[in-house]
Write a protein that binds this ligand. Structure first.
Ligand code: PEP
Length: 255
């Protein structure tokens, strides 16, 4: 399975900065062979990214979307609006949306379904907070988030699905999960997929790790048998650090 290295820029970069970054990174794309590289800028920079990445193998993702196609939803953006810019992936249920914007499992589910109905590939994020880990309920939390979004879905519709295990305590803290914790969560996610949605989907779904990933530690995650890439925040903001991270991920899988 081809690994995905996805850049989640969060609320960073103007359209001008995006153009500059995308022009620079596409000069290096010959070195990204074998890895699916994805950039998720803010909505306001999607147009600039789409133009700067035209005819490039680097793909475009969005950080969020609403489930309705149009209407009285001030401040929201729909799937068809994203498709207009050639967006292929959309991050759904990122912990910052769950915990800072109060997004619940039922909203995450509606977004996921709308993404799939519109031909967008969801990158569904799950992960426990530090308090939940300390209480020993990591497994329960992840399973609840998975069930909220995926229970009783038609596996045939989920072929583009990507999962991201992102422990909340590891995001933006510089304290990545241990390799053992990442592997354990990825195995848990895969076995949930197998039990509830079938072996075929479980085998074909890519599971990413996210949380303080950088060039120095990416290889230890991507060599794991159950992990097929990473969702990267801070280390994706500079062309040099993101491109070194992609190289390191690639090298770890090849060697
Ligand atoms: C993220 O935003 O999903 C993330 C993992 O951030 P960081 O790499 O900065 O921890």
């Amino acid at each position: 399975m081809k690994q995905i290295i996805a850049a989640n820029w969060k609320m960073h970069k103007t359209a001008v900065e995006t153009t500059e970054y995308c022009r620079a990174i596409r000069q290096m794309e010959a070195d990204f062979e074998g890895v699916e590289v994805l950039i998720c800028p803010p909505f306001t920079a999607l147009s600039a990214a789409a133009i700067a990445l035209e005819a490039s193998s680097i793909k475009l993702g969005a950080q969020n979307m609403h489930w309705e196609s149009q209407g009285a939803r001030t401040g929201e953006v729909s799937a068809n609006m994203l498709l207009e810019f050639g967006v292929e992936y959309v991050i759904i249920g990122h912990s910052e949306r769950r915990h800072l914007m109060g997004e619940d499992d039922s909203q995450v589910r509606r977004k996921l379904e709308a993404a799939l109905d519109n031909g967008l590939k969801p990158v569904l994020c799950v992960g426990e907070t530090e308090a939940e880990r300390e209480q020993g309920i990591t497994k329960k939390v992840i399973e609840k988030q998975l069930s909220g979004a995926l229970e009783d879905q038609d596996p045939h519709k989920l072929s583009g699905l990507v999962l991201a295990y992102e422990p909340v305590w590891a995001i933006g803290t510089g304290k990545a999960a241990s390799v053992e914790d990442a592997q354990e969560a990825a195995v848990l996610i895969r076995s949930y997929l197998k039990d509830k949605l079938g072996a075929k989907l479980a085998e074909s779904t890519r599971i990413l790790y996210g949380g303080s990933v950088k060039a120095e530690n990416i290889g230890s995650f991507t060599v794991l048998p159950s992990v097929h890439g990473a969702l990267v925040g801070g280390a994706s903001l500079e062309v040099e650090s993101f491109s070194s991270l992609i190289q390191a991920a690639r090298k770890a899988v090849i060697t």
